[in-house]
Design a protein around this ligand. Structure first.
Ligand code: GDP
Ligand code: MN
Length: 377
């Protein structure tokens, strides 16, 4: 689970990790009041979206006056950054940057431990540094039984800084961030950039945290911060109906019984040159209501041009499925082509019932997929 920068900064504050004051705004007009409230000459207006690289996308702007803050707020709230529409911003105290550093704690599967990563070249994409000059990134795996006692934290702080005041500040930040990471079952805690100001202070100018979904049951405070994306809302609603559903980018809506068959269907669509719009496992049973719910879900996606229903009748009988489909489509109002592949118990009876109806019936998976791919083109 991801959280916004401002939410991560609240957590940082509660652990005494230095961050600048900010005011959260949902409308451009609020930025003026925020500017007054901060009572600083320079502020930074920042998009709050659950994706990195906001700076490069024009989502982070320095403002030198109230008017400029309003102007940037207005522009940033109109942005969509990598498919994420900006619906809120923060106006935050600007800092005078002397230099930018990178630091993070991350779960590392290879060493089966938390790894501390630090780099004296912060602010830029760490992936870029990692690709071009990996030797610049310092990595230390942390023994969970030892943690980060003073001696270790100081040792790591000296890797980044020479000045004793900065080493002292870094030691504290390392220990507090590690404690936050462990306390909250995080999978990532990243500060990029960690800034050394002209005044010689270290401040977290950006803050990024993600959490282990499997631990959320014991982290109610973290779960409270959850803001689902539009896709996640749809997926959660599908889950409540007993489906497992993942939205994808393609044009062929898939309705399949069984997760394995659903995966195979998606592979087959790709193989025949089409693109699946989703993964959807509707499970067993031939209940027409289930089909209606599933179709409603698929048809919400405007990109869906055709629906491929791929059913293997094991315990569920194909004639039951066919009658379920016929009942369901009496209620569904859609002209979209629907291709049905029925195989298994009572398949002949099932296919016969659908012959001459609005459905395009196929016997094999290859045949059905080909029909769906052609219909999508
Ligand atoms: P990201 O692009 O999504 O990672 O957003 P960041 O919060 O990291 O901001 C991007 C860049 O904007 C930083 O690396 C800084 O160089 C710059 N920036 C952000 N806040 C300030 C600030 O208060 N003062 C100055 N001078 N630059 C800032
Ligand atoms: Mn950043």
């Amino acid at each position: 689970m991801k959280i916004h920068e401002y939410q991560a900064k609240d957590l940082f504050s509660s652990y005494d990790i230095p961050v600048k004051n900010y005011v959260l705004c949902h409308e451009a007009g609020e930025a003026g009041k925020a500017y007054d409230q901060l009572a600083m000459e320079y502020v930074v207006v920042k998009a709050q979206v659950l994706i990195g690289g906001r700076g490069k996308a024009g989502g982070v702007k320095l403002a030198r006056s109230r008017e400029e803050a309003l102007h940037h707020a207005d522009n940033i709230l109109k942005l969509t950054i990598k498919d994420y529409p900006v619906t809120k911003i923060i106006v935050t105290e600007a800092v005078d940057i002397k230099s930018e550093y990178y630091m993070s704690f991350i779960i590392d599967r290879n060493t089966k431990s938390v790894v501390l990563m630090m780099c004296t070249e912060g602010g830029v994409d760490i992936e870029e540094v990692a690709a071009k000059s990996p030797e610049k990134i310092h990595k230390f795996s942390i023994d969970p039984l030892v943690g980060l006692p003073d001696y270790l934290a100081r040792k790591f702080a000296f890797v980044m800084f020479n000045d004793i005041s900065q080493v002292n500040q870094m030691t504290v930040i390392l220990q507090k961030l590690y404690k936050l990471f462990i306390d909250k079952d995080a999978s990532l805690a990243e500060i990029n950039p960690l800034v050394l100001t002209d005044q010689g202070n270290l401040v977290a100018v950006d803050a990024k945290m993600t959490f282990d979904d499997n631990a959320l049951y014991r982290q109610p405070d973290v779960l409270n911060l959850f803001e689902p994306t539009e896709d996640e809302k749809v997926e959660a609603a599908a889950k409540e109906k007993g489906f497992s559903f993942v939205h994808l980018d393609g044009e062929i809506g898939c309705m399949v019984n069984g997760a394995g068959l659903a995966m195979a269907t998606m592979d087959m669509i790709k193989l025949y040159g089409g693109t699946p719009a989703n993964f959807l496992d509707i499970g067993g049973s031939s209940n027409p209501n289930k089909v209606i719910d599933a179709m409603t879900l698929l048809l919400k996606d405007p990109k869906v041009k055709v629906v491929l229903i791929n059913i293997f009748g094991g315990i569920t009988r194909c004639d039951d499925v066919a009658s379920g489909l016929l009942t369901a489509f009496e209620q569904l109002k859609t002209d979209i082509p629907v291709i049905v592949r029925l195989t298994g118990t009572n398949e002949k009876e099932g296919r016969k019932m659908l012959q001459g109806t609005r459905f395009n019936v196929a016997e094999t998976m290859g045949e059905a997929t080909l029909m769906a791919v052609e219909a999508s083109k």
